[in-house]
Design a protein around this ligand. Structure first.
Ligand SMILES: O=P(O)(O)OC[C@@]1(O)O[C@H](CO)[C@@H](O)[C@@H]1O
Ligand SMILES: [Mn+2]
Length: 441
């Protein structure tokens, strides 16, 4: 693609991409294999010998995948028919066409990191759907649920905070409402520290009191465009006709604690009338360990509803009502688990692009969404976000992400270089975060 920098790639020895392909991805695969092993008796109970045979088959496909990766074999086409198989295989050919060397093949360490990492999760899915009758099995379900259970105390604190806020929300003046909005945005930002793929699937739950940590975390917000979000929604609220809609779309990231922070924010948007509808977008297949699927979404709301705590169960009951009333709508689309950067959406998924154009504001949660928004490229730190989006402007949007990959745009001159010099791992540990807005000011 002309005019854009090179992709991050495992070919850069020592880079975070390289370490991910070399260490973290194989570690995740090993964990997946282990998870299948541990469920052997469950498969037997459910499906008899057939279940055990299916488990063996999935494990052998995954072991083959791990071997291909560790020996840097060529990336091979998908074989099992699924809704996205043809699009994936076309994309594989496209990647192949970018390789100049005469007999060069797309390989794990030499191809763009975003592509091979997405491909790995897609191949895990393929191994599972090739192994009926266990083709429904979510290999990451256990760790997502564990993350939720281990974050119980923080979840109770958040639900209580929200419910108390709602009781006085009508009495708040503009500035107070804005402060509360900013608090819940920050909670949703820091909720993104808790993904499981960064830790190789090990638990990264939330154990501290987030609400009271916000002040201390403020210095770690490198780009903070929340004022734009406030002006945008407050103007929509002020100018809206009686029956008209204000819709905020949230492109979700991780289930567990992060999803709770997103739902708390979505609840506040309705209660404060800054929005009248919230649309959520999740993944159609298990993805990057902790990403939210419809099953996770429903499961989590059910858990919150049945919690043995007054404010938590009130949240869960309200959330279920919002869904019933159509004020909250969950959508999925296969595009979110394709390897394409988002600037390709108008061509690859024009229906989804058209849907997103209806939003008053789109919030993109998490690191992977940021990588796809900006193409996972070696941008200069000071390149404007608008430019890095490379033509992807469906509606006003904001990336809410803690930094876990070596790409960041829209910084002040010298800011990135300074961080680089003082703290080389600044952009891969999730310690820093951004609210980065693109849209009319
Ligand atoms: O999108 P999320 O959940 O915030 O992060 C996903 C993620 O952990 O996966 C990749 C590592 O495998 C990283 O680039 C990225 O940080
Ligand atoms: Mn994720």
């Amino acid at each position: 693609m002309a005019g854009v920098p090179a992709s991050l790639s495992g070919r850069d020895v020592g880079s975070f991409a390289y370490l991910t392909v070399k260490d973290r991805i194989p570690q995740i695969l090993t964990k997946v294999i282990d998870t299948l092993h541990r469920h052997k008796s469950e498969f037997f109970e459910k499906h008899g010998e057939e279940g055990v045979e299916a488990e063996k088959k999935a494990i052998s496909l995954l072991s083959k995948l791990r071997n291909e990766l560790q020996t840097d074999k060529p990336i091979i086409p998908l074989v099992e028919k699924f809704v996205d198989t043809d699009i994936w295989n076309q994309y594989l050919e496209y990647q192949q066409s970018l390789i100049n060397e005469s007999d060069g093949k797309s390989r794990w360490f030499y191809s763009p990191w975003l592509f091979v990492e997405c491909y790995m999760y897609r191949r895990i899915h393929e191994a599972i759907i090739q192994s009926p009758p266990i083709n429904y099995f979510d290999v990451f379900k256990e760790s997502k649920e564990q993350n939720f259970y281990e974050s119980q105390e923080s979840i109770i604190a958040l639900c209580s905070h929200l419910q108390q806020l709602i009781t006085t929300i009508e009495d708040l003046d503009e500035n107070q409402l804005k402060d509360e909005f900013f608090k819940l945005l920050q909670i949703s930002l820091w909720g993104n520290k808790c993904d499981l793929s960064l830790s190789g699937g090990e638990s990264r739950s939330q154990k501290t009191d987030v609400v009271n940590s916000l002040e201390n975390l403020k210095p770690f917000i490198l780009v903070n465009d929340v004022e734009h979000l406030w002006s945008l929604l407050r103007n929509c609220k002020k100018t809206r006709e009686k029956a008209s809609v204000i819709s905020v779309y949230i492109v979700l990231d991780n289930s567990g604690f992060e999803l709770v922070t997103d739902l708390i924010l979505a609840n506040f948007l309705l209660s404060s009338k800054l929005a009248t509808e919230v649309h959520f977008y999740g993944k159609m297949i298990p993805w990057f360990v902790s990403d939210t699927t419809i099953h996770d979404f429903n499961w989590l709301i059910e858990q919150v509803k049945h919690a043995n705590h007054k404010w938590m169960s009130k949240c869960g009951a309200d959330w279920e009502d919002y869904i019933k009333m159509g004020k909250w709508v969950y959508h999925d689309h296969i595009f979110w688990t394709l390897p394409h950067e988002y600037c390709a959406m108008p061509q690859v998924a024009p229906d989804l692009y058209a849907e997103l154009q209806k939003a008053h504001l789109i919030l993109f949660k998490g690191d992977l969404n940021y990588r796809k928004l900006t193409g996972d490229r070696k941008w200069e730190f000071s390149v404007p976000f608008h430019q890095a989006l490379n033509g992807f402007h469906p509606a006003p949007l904001c990336a809410i992400r803690t930094l876990k990959a070596e790409t960041q745009v829209g910084l002040q001159p010298g800011q990135g270089e300074q961080l680089m010099a003082s703290e080389p791992s600044w952009w891969t540990t999730g310690k820093y975060g951004i609210f980065q807005y693109d849209g009319p000011l």
